[in-house]
Design a protein around this ligand. Structure first.
Ligand code: ACO
Length: 316
């Protein structure tokens, strides 16, 4: 599998930590020290599907493909305005593709789950080109009076076009159910036979998520390298889920890797859930930071609890 194009798109509205402290009992100092986040982009009257389509079109343009050459669209998403149809179907219509589409919810690790599925479809010969889109608006899922969660997140979309050929990628996926740590509920609807429940905003046990993220990511990256017969030092860049700079630093120091191999943009985007790694990948790609032939190691973790890690050769 090889990545042949990437793209991303962000909402217009930029919200700094000081903007948040105007209505929340928080401060730039607290947020930066605990998370590294300085600002985030928040959806206003823009449609998430429009951001997703913009990211997809940029990725297709870089790949040199028309929408008609896409054999499947996978969209990684946690929350969007549609309960049905799938967001991928809406994106398909916007970009003028005609292929089958499916959404998946792997929480913050969803982009890597989509990549793993894509590799299986490509290797089986079922598809030649797959468009993966990660589009997320966690701002619509958090309680904006809860300073412990709302300061962490931002909205955004990114896409990657993956094609058959190239070197095989390696994946390591885990899911271990513990919904108590990180969850949000839909409202029940008004079925007369069902107990009536309201939707609930995102609940997060921050310290448990922190411990899970650091230990899982460190172990996954070590294991995946060992399974592939590689030293950690042979990895060109480590792209971690952009949740929190302290998590990235904790993983980096445990793996004894230099800072320049752990790029980050969480300071400007906040945690954009599954879009985070994909946005970072696009920014590195378009900024010329990735060398053709280098190995990228990616690792993400999220509600479920899910985690995913991937090593692939960058061939663009
Ligand atoms: N501003 C000011 N004070 C705050 C804020 C805020 N935004 N949020 C919480 N506090 C207060 C708390 O109320 C608490 O006050 P108290 O001591 O008077 O009770 C104090 O700060 C410490 O709170 P903790 O929750 O213990 O803070 P902690 O040092 O654990 O940092 C954080 C919280 C940043 C969430 C940390 O636990 C963390 O990084 N966890 C990882 C979670 C994560 O990254 N989640 C991302 C979403 S999930 C995902 O992507 C997988």
């Amino acid at each position: 599998m090889k990545i042949i194009g990437t793209g991303s798109a962000a909402p217009e509205l930029r919200i700094t930590n000081d903007d948040l402290s105007a209505f929340l009992d928080t401060s730039d100092e607290w947020i930066r020290t605990r998370t590294g986040i300085a600002e985030r982009r928040i959806l206003t009257d823009e449609a998430l599907e429009d951001l997703a389509a913009e990211a997809a079109e940029k990725a297709l343009e870089q790949a040199g493909l028309g929408a008609g050459q896409v054999d499947y669209i996978f969209c990684s998403n946690v929350i969007n305005p549609y309960l049905t149809p799938a967001l991928s179907c809406v994106i398909q219509g916007k970009i003028g593709a005609a292929c089958p589409c499916i959404d998946l919810n792997g929480a913050c690790a969803g982009f890597l789950y989509a990549l793993e599925m894509a590799e299986a479809y490509l290797k089986s010969g079922k598809c030649q080109n797959i468009l993966i889109v990660a589009a997320e608006c966690p701002s619509r899922m958090v309680d904006w009076t809860d300073r412990a969660t709302c300061v962490l997140f931002g909205d955004g979309a990114a896409a990657a076009v993956v094609s058959a050929g190239g070197e095989d990628a390696s994946f390591l996926m885990h899911t271990s159910c513990d919904a108590s740590v990180l969850h949000a509920y839909h409202a029940s609807g008004n079925c007369p036979y069902t107990p009536q429940t309201a939707s609930s905003p995102l609940f997060m046990n921050g310290q448990e998520v922190y411990k899970f993220a650091v230990s899982r990511s460190t172990e996954d990256l070590r294991t995946l390298c060992a399974d592939r017969g590689m030293e950690l030092s042979q990895v060109g860049h480590f792209l971690l889920h952009q949740a929190n700079l302290r998590i990235l630093e904790a993983v980096r120091t445990r793996l004894k890797q230099p800072k320049e191999k752990f790029p980050h943009n969480v300071e400007l985007h906040g945690n954009t859930s599954s879009a985070g790694i994909a946005i970072l990948l696009d920014e590195l790609n378009r900024g010329g930071a990735l060398q053709k032939g280098e190995y990228l190691a990616m690792s993400a973790f999220g509600a479920g609890l899910t985690s995913g890690a991937c090593i692939l050769k960058w061939e663009l």
